[in-house]
Design a protein around this ligand. Structure first.
Ligand SMILES: [Mn+2]
Length: 393
């Protein structure tokens, strides 16, 4: 007999699907939240004998269970923990640990892709095109590589996962992978996925207007409250606000928070670790502890959301040689303009400020962080110029 304890997200359930394809009736699969896993491990160690081979995928156990698993293994128990989170690398010290963050040629791994390789190399599963394609979609979604590759099938697979119950998703995927030569979405799925995409777009547009910014531990965070679509939301808000180091997404009801960054120089698994969580460099999470609740929720509650930059300007555009105009909630007007030496200067309410910046982006980052400014629209920009002309006469 086999038992698989896995995460309850797409990558975790991908592992369950592979296990069921390999072992059929011989495997029991249980999906867990990050915090629910330890109870399951304890239950297994207390109630199931050494005849059952235990797989743990896409999740980490507590230190105590780490010790118990080692004792179980030393006493002849069969266990394998397969994971790709950086914060789990220490399990490689054990014979039963298999943690790989980056595969060959720097290709990021996922739990599903690692389990697939494991099952094939141990001749527990026959490789197939359809399964390999499914595994690759899960990997690209989980590592967010799909975005760079514009592989929207990966994003759609995750959307489908959330539209169905885990049981329905498992059943559909298992029968598809068993019976088709290639992975595909059927006509009905394609239709509901189109509808879902529109819904996500509207959700993100609404959430954009709720973003506040704050400084925590020397880094700038955008804070937003949301229960769903964390990855899509974190990615969109991050791209629209490159002056922020990361986006913190709070789920108060679930007492959880997630961190997302688009920047290579920021590692949000470090941020999550500070609050007792973990994860990847670009995506991580933790329990919403009282300390995190205070810093991200209470201390930011009084803040006004960050207005968005004007979108369809023709005149007041970024990096303009005539200068680019910004404003903040105290009605202060800022202008970023190029200097002769190639640097960029800032005028505050028509007065030149001393500090200069090596690039336009740096100047804008400075203003957005320090003064919470936004790019004014053309109407505002032109009105301002006309007032200047009047004054000059
Ligand atoms: Mn994963």
């Amino acid at each position: 007999m086999y038992k698989l304890l896995s995460h309850n997200d797409l990558d975790g359930v991908g592992c369950g699907i592979l296990a069921k394809l390999s072992f059929g009736e011989q495997v029991k699969v249980r999906y867990n939240s990050i915090s629910g896993l330890n109870r399951e491990v304890e239950w297994f160690l207390e109630n199931e004998g050494k005849e059952t081979f235990l797989f743990i995928t896409d999740l980490s156990v507590s230190e105590e269970n780490e010790k118990r698993l080692e004792e179980f293994f030393q006493a002849g128990g069969k266990v394998k923990l397969i994971d790709h989170h950086k914060t789990a690398l220490r399990y490689n010290d054990y014979k039963w640990g298999h943690v790989v963050v980056e595969g060959e040629e720097g290709k990021l791994t996922s739990a599903t892709s690692l389990l697939y390789e494991y099952l094939i190399s141990h001749q527990l599963m026959e490789p197939s095109d359809a399964t390999a394609e499914f595994v690759e979609l899960v990997r690209q979604y989980d590592t967010w590589e799909w975005e760079k590759n514009e592989n929207h099938h990966a994003q759609r697979l995750n959307a489908l996962f959330f539209l169905l119950s885990i049981d329905q998703f498992e059943e559909k995927m298992i029968s598809r992978l068993q019976t088709s030569d290639h992975f595909y979405f059927d006509e009905f799925e394609t239709k509901i996925l189109d509808m879902e995409e529109n819904k996500i777009d509207r959700y993100i547009r609404r959430k954009r207007r709720e973003l506040v910014q704050t400084e925590v531990g020397g880094l700038f965070a955008g804070v937003v409250y949301a229960e769903s679509y964390h990855s899509e939301l974190g990615n969109e808000l991050g791209k629209e606000n490159p002056h922020l180091d990361y986006i913190a997404i709070l789920n108060i009801g679930g007492k959880r928070m997630g961190f997302r960054t688009i920047h290579d120089h920021i590692d949000v698994s470090d941020v999550a670790t500070q609050f007792g969580g973990g994860g990847h460099a670009k995506a991580s999470g933790c329990t919403l502890t009282e300390d995190a609740y205070k810093q991200f929720a209470i201390d930011t509650y009084h803040l006004e959301p960050l207005p968005e930059d004007a979108k369809r300007n023709r005149y007041n555009v970024k990096e303009s040689t005539f200068g680019t105009m910004y404003k903040n909630r105290s009605d202060e007007i800022y202008l970023i303009y190029p200097l002769e030496n190639g640097e960029w200067g800032i005028e505050k309410n028509k007065t030149i400020t001393e500090q200069t910046h090596p690039s336009f982006e740096e100047a804008e980052k400075f203003l957005k962080r320090k003064y919470s400014v936004w790019l004014v629209n053309d109407d505002n920009f032109v009105r301002n110029l006309m007032e200047e002309v009047k004054k000059a006469k």
